[in-house]
Structure formats: C-alpha cells, structure tokens
Design a protein around this ligand. Structure first.
Ligand code: C2O
Ligand code: CU
Length: 456
C-alpha cells in the first residue's frame, strides 16, 4: 500500500499526453463484475451513523495482471457504498493521505453548505474533516466524488468516486427488488498508458474503454427474476447510449429518486454524472440466456441468467408522485461557454470564469426560481449543467417538451451543442454558498463554474 500518488499537475484543456496510449486487449466477459462493498459504520449512536474513510493512493487490477496506480476512497477504485436512510443522519470523517488537497462532494445531496464539499473547502494532506449529511431528502441514488478546484477532473478520473444510496420508508413499502437484487453499477470511461497507468492528460475523446464497477466488459451472473440496477455515469465527459439489444429495461428513478410511474424503454441516455435506476426482469429469459448491455454498439457488460429464484419483489404501476412546483418568482439566465482567445481555453459561466470571491446569484431561501440554461458555445462542444443543493425539474428543452432523460427530479442535465433547457428549483432549508457548473470536469476545473449564495 506504499504507492506514490500520481503527480497532480495543472490540467491544460486539450493538452495532449506525451505518453503513448495502450489499447487494452482483454477477452470480453472473462471477469465477473464486482459490486462495491457496502461500508459498515465505525459507530452507530442514537442520533447518527458515523463512518470513517481514508482518501489514499492504491493499486487496482483493471487490466488482467497489471497493477494500475489509482486514487481511492478507502483503498477501493470504486469507493465503498454508503447506504443511508431518510431521517437518519450520517457523519463521515474523511482523512486525506494523498500528497495533494482533496475533498468530498455528495452529488445530489441536500446538505448544509459547510458539508457540501465546496471547491475551495479542502482537506489538506495529513488532515481529516467531518461531513454531516442529514438525509432529509427522499430515497435516491447519489454519489460522492472529489471537488478540489482545478484538480477535480484528475482526481475523479483516477478513482475518487463512490455511491451514496438513500432509501426511505415509502420506497421500501413498494417492495422493489432489494438486497442482493439491488445493484449499483458505476459506468465510466478510462484510458491507459503503455505501462498500465491511467492516462489522464489526453483528449477525453480518446477514453474509449468503458468500465462497469471498475471492470472491463465483465459478466454478471443473475437469477431469472427482477433486479434493480442503479446506473451512474461517473465519466468526466461521456454520454452513454445504453441498450440491451432491443430488449426492455424499465426506468423507475432519475437523479433525485423515484419517477411517478415506471417507464419501459429500450434505450437509456446517460450524460456525465446522471443516474438512472432500471428494473430488468430476467424471468422473461430462460436459464442460460445472455443479455449484453451496450453503449451504442459497444458491449459494456453481460448479464448471464444462471439460475431460477423465487421473486417476491414487485414493480408497481405507480411509484411516487413528483412534488408540486411552487410558482417561480425569479428568472435567471445561465450561459456555459469557453473563452478560446488565449493560449489556454478558459471555462466560463455568463462570460466569466469561476471566482470563489464573487457571488454570481443571490437567492432568497424558500424561493422558487426558473433558470434558462444554455450551451452558448459555437464550436460544437457538449456541456452539462449541475446545481448543488437542489433537485430541479426540467420544464422544457430547446423550447419544446423535455426528453425522456430529463424526467423526474434532476440535478444534472445534458446540454449538447446549441442546446438549452429551462429548469425550476426551490431553495429550501440551507443558507450559504454553493456552486453550479458544467459537470464535464475538465470544463469545471478550468472555470466553467459559478457560485450562488442562499440568504435568509
Ligand atoms: Cu458532481 Cu459539483 O458535482
Ligand atoms: Cu462544459
């Protein structure tokens, strides 16, 4: 465990690596998909579950027989899964044993500003800090990742990412597939150097290898019954177009939790940082069947139906109504773009790069606002839009009805070239400074981020 952390250098957007990339030759479906370990509390008191996690370098065997240096939460390339319950607070002490500042943001979390992992609020090497998560929100698939300003893209790329799942009582009473049949799957892209190290300093478009829970084209043995899969796109910059070869997947939840009703679909679009939960009923397929989950035409993961099993789980026709939308009293415009006039590109929101000393929007606590968010670049690049603190609703896209992937409670949306969305959010409970930004982390790390301050 005495591995040196990969050097953390300032990222120059678009800078080409000098190292030569390795084209992995891995025989497909030869390793079993790991499921990240569920972390046990170090302590459970009457008021909270307390966890301890160390942020540290480690090695992971991603390519067979190759030890790849990575950065980890708790020594695991896909960090340990935290399972929380609505109404039961969680406290996590994160110790930083990297040689660089790091921090932790709970993506999708409704948490106090002091525990949000603001990009300037860092854990210095050798230090630790406590994050308080009250878990007042409804059940949802959240994730946690590094947000240290300027280095978030490299840190997350090298492995600082994990699941944080919240479940609530109403959801439990629906009796959706649970336990071993409720499986988080982190999908992300990656690229390697010849020596097996991760290749970060290259064009993100060259990250063509896709990992499912850290494995390349794994198989996953399943029983002929219903499963709930919590899909997360943890890539810095990648839009996945997932399909089961034309077979049905039933979407039940978006970023912020359950949809009003299940939505059967054959293709699922997932941009960076988005989540979608699906139910697949393998009882429809005889034992011996193999179903390949692909990104477009590239196989990502194979489900092998290996046995029968009893199934007392349900997929009800209705799940949970969305909260009513209070009337908005403020409308704002947010434009994401690059400044390409200098030697290095600069990311901007409303024509300004991120400045931690500047408050871009002041928002009254309790108010409801509509933000018109647009990709203002003319060079054909994609962006995404992510807001901390809130779950919003997408009212429309490009002036027309939202897309299927915009449905439900959202904290991140895709903004393709020339794209725009109107989103509506209510800012409850907490005051303080939170960021909103492009979740293409190479973009946020060079300034495509801004700051709101919620005031009483
Ligand atoms: Cu997933 Cu500001 O982050
Ligand atoms: Cu962007």
């Amino acid at each position: 465990n005495d591995v040196k952390a990969p050097a953390v250098k300032a990222r120059r957007f678009g800078a080409r690596g000098t190292a030569k990339a390795l084209t992995p030759s891995v025989s497909p479906f030869s390793v079993r998909m790991p499921v990240p370990q569920v972390l046990q509390p170090a302590q459970s008191t009457s008021s909270a579950d307390v966890y301890k996690v160390v942020i540290k370098p480690a090695v992971a065997e991603i390519l067979p027989g190759v030890q790849t240096p990575v950065l980890t939460y708790g020594g695991q390339f896909v960090g340990p899964t935290i399972r929380a319950r609505t109404g039961r607070p969680v406290k996590i002490v994160y110790g930083n044993r990297l040689d660089a500042p790091a921090n932790v943001h709970l993506h999708g979390g409704h948490v106090p500003a002091t525990s949000d992992g603001h990009p300037m609020d860092l854990i210095q090497p050798g230090e630790a800090r406590l994050y308080d998560y009250p878990n007042t929100q409804q059940g949802a698939t959240l994730w946690y990742h590094d947000h240290s300003h300027g280095t978030e893209a490299e840190h997350v790329f090298r492995g600082l990412h994990g699941f944080y799942l919240i479940e609530d009582e109403a959801e439990r009473s629906l009796r959706l597939p649970s336990g071993a049949y409720d499986v988080p799957i982190m999908l992300r892209d990656v690229e390697f150097e010849q020596n097996g190290e991760l290749l970060f300093f290259d064009d993100p478009a060259n990250r063509t290898t896709i990992l499912a829970n850290g494995a390349i084209q794994p198989y996953f043995p399943v029983a002929a019954r219903k499963y709930r899969f919590r899909l997360l796109n943890a890539s810095n910059e990648h839009v996945f177009q997932l399909n089961l070869g034309g077979r049905e997947m039933v979407k039940i939840a978006s970023d912020g939790g359950l949809l009003p009703a299940p939505v059967p679909l054959t293709e699922l679009v997932l941009a960076s940082a988005e989540r979608a939960e699906i139910v697949i009923d393998f009882a429809r397929y005889p034992v011996g069947s193999q179903l390949v989950l692909s990104n477009g035409s590239t196989p990502v993961l194979r489900f092998d139906v290996t046995r029968t099993a009893t199934d007392d789980s349900r997929l009800p026709g209705t799940l949970r109504p969305l909260p009513t939308l209070p009337a908005a009293t403020v409308t704002r415009d947010v434009a994401m773009s690059f400044d390409l006039t200098g030697a290095n590109p600069i990311g901007m929101v409303n024509n300004q790069p991120f400045d931690p000393n500047r408050v871009d929007f002041q928002i009254k606590r309790g108010s409801t606002e509509i933000w018109r968010v647009s990709n203002a670049d003319t060079i054909g690049v994609d962006h995404t839009f992510h807001m901390h603190l809130v779950q919003f609703r997408v009212l429309d896209r490009n002036g027309a009805a939202p897309l299927p992937q915009d449905a439900g409670l959202k904290d991140t949306v895709h903004l393709p070239a020339n794209g725009s969305v109107r989103v509506q959010a209510t800012f409850t409970d907490y005051v303080g400074r939170y960021v909103y930004h492009c979740h293409y982390l190479e973009h946020s790390s060079i300034g495509m981020m801004a700051q709101m301050e919620i005031i009483p």
